[in-house]
Design a binder for this molecule. Structure first.
Ligand SMILES: NC(=O)c1ccc[n+]([C@@H]2O[C@H](COP(=O)([O-])OP(=O)(O)OC[C@H]3O[C@@H](n4cnc5c(N)ncnc54)[C@H](OP(=O)(O)O)[C@@H]3O)[C@@H](O)[C@H]2O)c1
Length: 386
């Protein structure tokens, strides 16, 4: 039996992970859970999965949870420190890293430093400090298994092959909720409209990232560090159906891909039980029913955020962390109706233009770039707010 800790257990990835645990009670035991502020859902999860320890963002939420879970033996902690404590001090075989955004960096790094293998959904830490995370993972003998469907597809397509034989990684992109809109139509897009993803049901931040194509920009950076492939060998193509989750082209021009219906439980379960595959009771992909699959190039004029991902990698150092932080601020402002959709890219662009990148030699360098960029992006949002 594998013991697991889930960081971000109340979110979309977290609840999909617990769905797998529930389907395979003899294979997994939940020892730790963490959440932000959704204590109703966390309370329900505590009663159902009986973890040894949990943590939430604030002490007031923790106090409320303690009073609601007085009948159960569970340690309830709070703050980033409490979440990192759950990630690192409990004995566990695997940590599912599924907090959204930069808030996952410190806990995920703590888990790595405590020698636990990681199933990584939370891509933003890899964007902020990919080299540092990989260096720490190597130092502590930790494996990082990708959960993001594209990176899981690449991971699976690389199995049994040599990285030196790879010619290109081809990441697929659904195009998100707004792919068919004209430049003019994009000006007036509401958050409600941008949240209507055609294929995936995900948290709001990543759904907006999909609509701007920033998600693909973040994934290019994530792929660079997960697979140690330079950005010049990573390409993106739009594939609206989200059936081919990504592809690897080898030197002999063979292409190996991984396909499946869009359901995150497939890549999550692969990361949880690697190298075994779990017998998931899900619908099969019937290609004869789908009939046709489509592919096209990304449109960088309407969706400039993808290129920012490439640019951040070329500039290197703290630039990806800066881009990531500016994106988080801009997306939050858009979701709160404080910024227009097309201004998300402008805020990120201007924040990156104002930043002088430096090397990341330690965690504090990444956190400092994150702090700086948040402040800068907030002032830009304020100046643009209507
Ligand atoms: N959803 C997907 O299908 C998918 C696919 C690929 C990759 N990912 C990546 O996986 C990560 C999670 O995505 P998601 O869609 O599951 O997000 P989500 O539904 O918004 O869930 C985020 C989780 O993080 C917690 N959280 C938020 N802010 C926090 C903070 N400051 N401190 C501690 N915990 C915090 C939330 O707690 P509360 O619920 O209490 O707020 C929740 O448990 C993201 O990095 C995303 O890019 C997601």
């Amino acid at each position: 039996m594998k013991s697991i800790i889930i960081l971000g257990s109340t979110g979309s990835i977290g609840t999909n992970t617990l769905d797998i645990v529930q389907r395979f009670p003899d294979e997994f035991r939940v020892v730790g859970l963490t959440a932000g502020s959704n204590i109703d859902k966390l309370e329900e999860q505590i009663h159902r999965f009986r973890p040894k320890a949990v943590a939430v963002s604030t002490e007031s939420s923790a106090a409320l949870l303690r009073s609601r879970c007085a009948d159960i033996r569970v340690d309830i902690m709070s703050g980033e420190e409490g979440i990192s404590h759950v990630a690192s001090f409990l004995d566990a075989d695997l940590v599912i890293s599924a907090i959204v955004g930069a808030a996952g960096l410190v806990p995920t790094l703590s888990a790595i430093r405590s020698g636990k293998h990681i199933a990584l959904a939370n891509k933003e830490p890899m964007v902020m400090a990919g080299k540092l995370m990989q260096d720490e993972a190597r130092k502590h003998g930790v494996r990082i298994f990708p959960v993001d469907s594209e990176h899981s597809a690449i991971f699976q397509s690389l199995e049994g092959h040599r990285v030196e034989d790879v010619r290109r990684l081809l990441l697929t992109a659904s195009g998100g909720a707004l792919w068919t809109l004209t430049h003019e139509q994009l000006q007036d897009v509401t958050p409600e409209r941008a949240l209507q993803h055609p294929n995936w049901k995900m948290g709001s931040k990543i759904t907006i990232d999909s609509a701007t194509l920033m998600n693909k920009g973040l994934e290019v950076v994530e792929a660079r560090w997960l697979f140690d492939i330079p950005e010049s060998n990573i390409e993106v193509m739009v594939h609206r159906e989200s059936i081919i989750h990504s592809l690897v082209e080898y030197k002999d021009r063979s292409i190996i891909a991984q396909l499946g219906l869009p359901d995150m439980r497939t890549p999550i379960s692969y990361a949880m039980r690697y190298p075994a595959r779990m017998a998931l009771d899900l619908p099969s992909l019937e290609l004869t029913e789908i009939g046709q699959l489509s592919f096209c190039k990304p449109d960088h004029d309407r969706f400039p955020c993808l290129n920012l991902g490439y640019e951040s990698l070329r500039l290197g150092g703290t630039m990806p962390a800066t881009m990531n932080a500016a994106n988080e601020i801009a997306v939050e402002a858009f979701l709160n109706h404080g910024l227009r959709f097309v201004e998300i890219a402008q805020v990120i662009r201007s924040t990156m233009d104002a930043h002088t990148q430096q090397d990341i030699t330690c965690l504090e360098d990444a956190l400092e770039a994150d702090r700086w960029a948040r402040e800068k992006a907030e002032s830009l949002v304020h100046a643009l707010s209507h």
